[in-house]
Design a protein around this ligand. Structure first.
Ligand code: NAP
Length: 307
């Protein structure tokens, strides 16, 4: 099946690109391997996306974006992109389930990013048994228990605040003496009696039997080691881009993010990138939707000029 535009990834960037390409009357297909919304669906409450003055849940915002794009004709399928061939003018996409795959005049890559691992002993072993990368998914399992959150960015601190709804104590383990998170989020954490911040500390090992029972940490200034009695460890130490399937196809930077120009053009003509998968300074829903709109209009212009 030949499409004008195939969009890979159904987060805010991909859904916005689909909204714009569909309204431009381009035959558009969005391929998403999970649920539309991507990482946003793991956010309990979003209060910095303009237009929702009372805030909105990540799931609801994603559903609204999907409905809005589909209203204008965007086709959405659930599948996993195995490979793309960018050799000719018509690009070919190989899919895991729809064996015929699909073809496109232009491709927009909006595959986002996935949580980064710390790489300590026990992290792998206890994944799903106390180690988590999603507070909204797993927080409720820790009612009246003690949990640790690793990291000091927006994700770590917001999720720590969310976890106080369930847990008795939430330790934030941060490797420096100040948080990276936005000031308003920091203020909320500092004034929350259930949150205890352990500064200048890194995690060394996650221990337990069938489930997590303890977290070994080390103070990087004093070198002192200690053990926290926790039943859950939530890790938010940043993200890695989902670009594995693109290796060698488009230019990426040393951290594997796709390099684009300001019009979201990648190093391959007819291939655009948008959202968190792209090398850029500010990764927010507001910037992802901006990227998606620009990528869509650039793809439209490319198709007009080349087909
Ligand atoms: P991030 O901003 O990259 O922060 C990662 C945190 O983990 C940093 O505090 C970092 O410490 C720490 N860290 C990194 N590697 C580590 C390691 N190996 N061991 C221990 N700690 C480590 O990641 P994020 O918080 O997931 O956010 C990702 C992007 O999404 C950001 O642009 C963020 O602004 C955005 N975001 C926004 C919102 C919002 O606006 N409400 C919510 C969530 C995410 P250092 O500080 O020392 O580097």
């Amino acid at each position: 099946m030949l499409y004008d535009v195939v969009i890979i990834g159904g987060g805010p960037a991909g859904l916005t690109a689909g909204l714009y390409t569909s309204r431009a009357r381009l035959k558009s297909l969005l391929i998403e391997k999970g649920l539309p919304g991507g990482q946003v669906t793991t956010a309990e409450f979003i209060e910095n996306y303009p237009g929702f003055d009372e805030g909105i849940s990540g799931v609801e915002l994603s559903q609204k974006m999907e409905r809005q794009a589909k209203k204008f004709g965007l086709e959405v399928i659930q599948d996993n992109v195995l490979n793309i061939s960018l050799d000719g003018k018509i690009k070919k996409v190989t899919l895991e389930y729809n064996k015929g795959g699909c073809e496109a005049k232009a491709i927009i890559i909006a595959t986002g990013a996935h949580p980064r691992y710390v790489g300590v002993p026990g992290e792998n072993e206890f994944r799903g048994k106390g180690v988590s990368y999603c507070a909204i998914c797993d927080g409720a399992f820790f009612k009246d228990e003690k949990v640790a959150v690793v990291g000091g960015g927006d994700s770590a601190v917001e999720e720590a605040i969310f976890l106080t709804k369930f847990a008795e104590i939430v330790y934030i383990i941060h490797r420096r003496d100040r948080l990276r998170a936005a000031k308003i989020i920091q203020e909320r954490a500092f004034s929350n009696p259930k949150i205890k911040i352990t500064w200048n500390s890194v995690i060394k090992k996650i221990d337990g039997d069938n489930t997590v029972k303890a977290l070994h940490i080390k103070n990087v200034i004093t070198q002192e080691e200690s053990v926290l009695d926790v039943q859950g460890v939530f890790i938010f130490v940043g993200y890695n881009p989902n670009t594995e399937f693109l290796k060698g196809l488009v230019d990426i930077n040393k951290n594997n993010y796709i390099i684009t120009d300001e019009n979201m053009r990648t190093s391959v003509t007819g291939v655009f990138a948008a959202g968190d998968v792209r090398a850029k300074a500010l990764k927010q829903i507001a910037t992802a939707v901006g990227d998606g709109a620009i990528a869509a209009v650039s793809a439209e212009k490319y198709i007009e000029e080349n087909f």
